[in-house]
Design a protein around this ligand. Structure first.
Ligand SMILES: [Cu+2]
Length: 159
């Protein structure tokens, strides 16, 4: 019984590590891009990640695009009266020696006019190219997950 459980744990481990993916461009590291699996008729999807700036100069995320969406925008959540509303922002600063967190109810990359929904399922990944002012372009794979990753709110992502 115990042996079987251990075996199962060992089998699950590689999958665990596989979801903790990270990309770098210049002084920036983009950690664990993910998106929540949505119902098939959802008009938009959001992508989340943490950008860490190890450099001495601030950078900026200027925009993004993806082959699966006709329109991709940078959004933030703001409180309007008692309601949380999202709105487009021109860019998002990545401060020097710090990080910017894109997460539910915060900054996020919004994908609209979806063209290809085949990759928007739990366990799949879709490409997203992020355009940074200084670090340039970096294409990441956004992991689609039913449940948000445990570390999605964490500012202390292991390298
Ligand atoms: Cu949005």
């Amino acid at each position: 019984m115990l042996k079987k459980a251990l075996c199962l744990a060992a089998l699950l481990l590689p999958a665990c590590f596989a979801t903790a993916h990270e990309y770098s461009a210049g002084d920036l590291q983009v950690a664990h891009p993910w998106s929540r699996e949505l119902p098939p008729n959802a008009p938009t999807v959001a992508a989340y990640f943490v950008v860490k700036n190890t450099g001495k100069n601030a950078d900026r995320l200027l925009g993004a695009d993806s082959p699966i969406a006709g329109v991709v925008q940078l959004h933030e959540h703001v409180k309007v009266g008692e309601l949380m509303k999202m709105q487009q922002v021109k860019n998002v600063e990545i401060p020097a020696g710090a990080e910017a967190t894109f997460a539910p109810m915060a900054y996020h990359v919004m994908l609209m006019e979806l063209k290809d929904r085949s990759l928007l399922q739990d366990g799949k990944r879709f490409p997203l190219t992020l355009h940074f002012e200084k670090a340039g372009d970096v294409t990441v794979e956004v992991a689609v997950e039913k449940n948000p990753p445990a570390d999605s709110k964490s500012h202390d992502h292991p390298n």
